[in-house]
Design a protein around this ligand. Sequence first.
Ligand SMILES: NC(=O)c1ccc[n+]([C@@H]2O[C@H](COP(=O)([O-])OP(=O)(O)OC[C@H]3O[C@@H](n4cnc5c(N)ncnc54)[C@H](OP(=O)(O)O)[C@@H]3O)[C@@H](O)[C@H]2O)c1
Length: 329
Amino acid sequence: MRAVTLDGFGGPEVMRWAEVPDPPPPGPGEVAIDVTAAGVNRADLLQRQGNYPPPPGASELLGLECSGVIAEVGAGVQDWRPGDRVCALLSGGGYAERVVAPATQVLPIPQALDTAAAAALPEVAATVWSNLVVRAGLHAGQLLLIHGGGSGIGTHAIQVAVSRGARVAVTAGSAGKLDRCKQLGANILINYREEDFVAVLGEFGGADVILDNMGAAYLGRNIEALAPDGQLCVIGMQGGVKGELNIATLVGKRGTVHATNLRRRPATGRSSKAEIIAELRRHLWPLIADGTIAPVVSAELPATEAPEAHRLLDSAETVGKVLLRIRDN
Ligand SMILES: NC(=O)c1ccc[n+]([C@@H]2O[C@H](COP(=O)([O-])OP(=O)(O)OC[C@H]3O[C@@H](n4cnc5c(N)ncnc54)[C@H](OP(=O)(O)O)[C@@H]3O)[C@@H](O)[C@H]2O)c1
C-alpha cells in the first residue's frame, strides 16, 4: 500500500507519499479499513518533529483518525461487515491506504454524511465528549469558555455545548474566526489579542467550565476566570507544560482542574477508548445523524500534499479541521 512516510524528523518537507508494507490482517477483535480520508491533528505535527512518539504497539505512521470502508474483519467481530462505511479513532496509521483498528474504536457513518467528511469527527468528538460531558458534566444553563474556539476541537465543542443548552464563550485570534464561532452558536466572543478573557468572563460571574488548549500560559488566568465550583479541563499544552497554580484561589472557588489525554488511554476497560466510543455512539451519534452537530472542515488536500496540510494547520488560517484525502470513495 501507499502511505505518508517520514524521511527522518523535521519540518513538513520530511513527509512523502510512498510505498510501504501492508498492515498485517486484522487479528481477533480488529477490523481493516480501506481509508478514504484522514484527519490532521496538532499531535501529528509534534510526531513529525520527533516530539510525540507513538505509544508502544501503535503504528509508526501518522494519523489518529480516519474514515473509509471496512475491508476485512478479524475473528469474533460481530458489529462490522466488509463494505460498511465507518470512521475510526486510531493510535496511529491513518495517513495510509489501509489501517487496522480495534472494532471497539469504530463508528458508523450516518447515511446523510459524506465518507471523507466523517474523518473530521472521531478525535474531536472523543476529546470533547470525554472532557465536557463525562468529566465536567456540562449541562443546560452553565457557561462554558472554550479557548481556541476556531480550532478543530473548538468548533465541535461549541456545537456540543449548544446542543446541551449551555452558553458558550470563546477566545480566538481574529474577527473572522470569532464570526464563524458565532454562526456555530457561541454568544460571548473574545479576541485574545485585544481583550482580557478574565475581565470579560468576570462580567458574567465566571465560567462554570473551561476547555483549555494553552496549558501553562493560561493556568493562572483560567483559575481566575472560573465561577464558584468551576471546572478547568486542560487538553493542550500550546502555551507550555509548567505553570504556577494559586491554590488559595482554586480552594476559594472550590474549583477542579482536570487534565486528560486521549491517545494514551487503554483500548478497553476503565476510562478506555472503547468506553468513550460506546458513549459517543449512544449519545452523540444521533445528533450527528440528524445534522444537529456537523463536521467543520476547513480544507481537504490530497495525500500527496501532506506537507501543505501540516503547514495549513500550523498557520492561523483554518477554522475547524484539515483533512487528507487518501482515495476517492
Ligand atoms: N488531550 C487530548 O486528548 C487532546 C486531543 C485532541 C486535541 N488536543 C489539543 O487540543 C488543542 C486543539 O486541537 P486542534 O486539533 O483542534 O488544533 P488546531 O485546529 O490546530 O487549533 C489550535 C488553536 O489554538 C488557538 N490558539 C493559538 N494561540 C492561542 C491563544 N493564545 N489563546 C487561545 N487560542 C489560541 C488557535 O486559534 P487562533 O488562530 O484564533 O489563534 C487555533 O484555533 C491542541 O492543543 C491539541 O493538542 C488534545
